[in-house]
Design a protein around this ligand. Structure first.
Ligand SMILES: Cc1cc2nc3c(=O)[nH]c(=O)nc-3n(C[C@H](O)[C@H](O)[C@H](O)COP(=O)(O)OP(=O)(O)OC[C@H]3O[C@@H](n4cnc5c(N)ncnc54)[C@H](O)[C@@H]3O)c2cc1C
Length: 462
């Protein structure tokens, strides 16, 4: 560490600088440190608690195993539970279970059909410890700005360093922005284009002690005809502790707040709609209620000469897709592989950047577009029924993840292009069905749901 004589701030230097020590940032720091980089990770928080992002899809366990966290280990450390099924419950008391068929685990398919729920506080702590053991330096400060060379030229601009609010200047050869969906530091700094799906939403959750504990994710849907959907998750994160959370549009929560309800009361009132949740909540209460807002948004051009954007800073997916953790782990893996590959050249070539951009954009838009048009909006859901919609969504969502895992598109233009094309085709079919249903079956209730969403939220984006 050297004190700059002219300026009053501290200057640090590293090979790679990771902004944000959440899941994607810590993972990228681990990969880079394993490849021999000196890594500084900048994360303002020193305490991590009540973390969400707990129900994994079927691709995440392999990615965690690569980080030294195989499924059996996480289970025996009580940092995870088995996700044996997904149950969808409607507000009329109906329920259906969804899980991949057992035959998929057999030859010739040999698909891993087991997956997990994570206790994120415990799992993330283990990853941070791994990063520390690998020599990653964590600086508990907040990044305020970047020093950019050739800023006006999107093709050649380079990040030279960054400045924290506490007055530290960090120089590096490579930069990863893992600052999360809210901050999205480089996306905002460069004014990158993005595509958003649906309105800004609010999540309210608590980790509840309960004896009524089942090893599966349960999604409780609040989906009256003609209305924008809301839902509640119940996820067992470790023995006798379940995460329970409510997701709704910002305007719905605003309306409830205007009715005099505080954040914990909103969660409690919504849980009271479902007998099982009512019982759990009445028995155990809702300790330490967390809340956040988010907008499902995917940025374009998330990779530059010496910088890469990963995780939710690159693409925020709706929690119901269960793809956020997989995306964070994949982005971190792929971004650090790119940096390692072009380490000696000092610049990621334009072609390699385009391939990374295409993958991030195709996957982010695929999940958000389908979930918005099939579930949240009433247009198709009212016609297909909630359980029919769930089946229609689950098949392509699960298949695309499987194809991604099997084809390993990282570094291959051909496989990335094929995957992106497939995902765009499914999105286009969904978009066409949605638009057709809107034209043919538009009714006052649907119109009113639509009016509640502002134009700028671009709900009709393909
Ligand atoms: C309510 C909710 C439920 C979810 N449920 C699921 C689920 O069931 N399954 C699933 O797969 N995914 C889920 N997700 C998504 C998943 O949690 C995320 O995709 C994943 O944790 C992303 O991690 P990240 O590292 O990209 O971002 P974050 O975890 O947000 O990390 C960003 C980090 O950057 C830091 N930071 C911010 N600003 C600065 C700054 N200026 N300087 C330095 N550091 C900064 C922050 O402190 C933070 O630690 C859910 C998300 C939400 C919001």
């Amino acid at each position: 560490m050297a004190e700059s004589p002219q300026e009053k701030f501290v200057v640090l230097e590293s090979d790679a600088v990771v902004v944000g020590g959440g899941l994607s940032g810590t993972t990228a720091a681990i990969h880079l440190a394993r490849s021999g980089f000196r890594v500084i990770c900048i994360e303002p928080r020193t305490e991590f608690a009540n973390t969400v992002g707990e129900s994994l899809d079927w691709s995440a366990p392999d990615l965690l195993a690569n980080l030294g966290l195989p499924m059996e280990d996480l289970i025996s450390a009580e940092a995870a539970t088995w996700k044996r099924h997904i149950t969808v419950v409607d507000d009329g008391g109906g329920r259906r279970e969804y899980l991949p068929g057992a035959w998929l685990a057999e030859s010739p398919w040999n698909v891993e059909i087991r997956t997990l729920h994570l206790d994120r506080d415990r799992t993330d702590a283990r990853l941070r410890e791994t990063a520390r053991q690998l020599g990653v330096t964590t600086l508990h400060e907040r990044v305020a700005d970047f020093a950019i060379l050739d800023e006006s030229n999107p093709r050649s601009r380079r990040v030279l360093g960054l400045r924290t609010a506490q007055g530290t200047f960090v120089r590096g050869s490579w930069f990863i922005d893992a600052s999360g969906g809210d901050a999205s530091l480089l996306g905002r700094r460069f004014g990158l284009k993005s595509v958003a799906y649906g309105p800004r939403k609010v999540a309210i959750w608590s980790h509840v002690f309960t004896k009524q504990w089942v090893e599966g994710t349960t999604l409780y849907m609040i989906s009256p005809p003609g209305e924008y959907m809301e839902w509640i998750w119940e996820i067992p994160i470790r023995p006798e502790v379940s995460s329970i959370g409510y997701i709704a549009s910002g305007w719905s929560v605003k309306r409830q707040r205007a009715g005099g309800h505080g954040t914990p009361q909103i969660l409690e009132r919504q849980c009271h709609r479902f007998p099982r949740l009512r019982e759990i909540v009445d028995e155990s209460g809702l300790p330490e209620v967390g809340t956040t807002t988010f907008l499902c948004r995917t940025y374009e051009q998330v990779c530059g000469t010496n910088w890469v954007i990963i995780g939710e800073a690159a693409s925020q997916s709706d929690p119901i897709t269960g793809n956020g953790v997989t995306a964070a782990l994949r982005h971190a893996d792929e971004a650090s592989a790119l940096i390692s590959k072009y380490r000696h050249r000092g610049t990621i070539p334009a072609f390699a950047r385009a391939v990374y951009n295409l993958r991030v954009s195709a996957v982010g838009r695929f999940f958000n577009s389908l979930i918005e048009k099939l579930f949240y909006q009433p247009t198709l859901r009212d016609r297909l029924g909630l359980f029919g919609t769930a089946r229609i969504y689950t098949v392509p969502a699960w298949l695309m993840n499987l194809i991604y895992t099997r084809t390993r598109p990282r570094g291959s233009f051909g496989r990335t292009l094929a995957l992106a094309w497939l995902m765009t085709a499914v999105r286009a079919v969904t978009w066409a069905a949605f638009r057709t249903a809107t034209v043919f079956f538009g009714d006052p209730a649907i119109q009113s749901a639509r009016r509640s969403i502002s134009r700028s939220e671009r709900i009709y984006a393909l």
